[in-house]
Write a protein of this length. Structure first.
Length: 79
């Protein structure tokens, strides 16, 4: 059983990988097992979350189940 965290944009650089397989469970517990610098970046107020392709308006209380994919989307800047 596993779930997947997906890191997009600059978050991929911070994570050092485009995705990470994790044990299903509460997001808080998953983030606690990550490198603290990465966890801080992922918890940034401008980072959006998408669970199984759907943007979340309220990311509180996320519990990943087997097969879930949670993507972290950093703010996008244009030029």
């Amino acid at each position: 059983m596993s779930a997947k965290l997906v890191f997009l944009g600059r978050l991929e650089d911070v994570a050092g990988t485009p995705d990470l397989d994790v044990e299903p469970g509460p997001l808080e517990a998953l983030l606690a097992r990550l490198d603290p610098a990465l966890a801080v970046e992922l918890l940034g107020e401008r980072v959006r979350l998408a669970l199984n392709g759907r943007l979340l308006n309220d990311p509180g209380g996320i519990v990943l189940a087997d097969g879930d994919e949670l993507a972290f989307l950093p703010p996008v800047s244009g030029g």
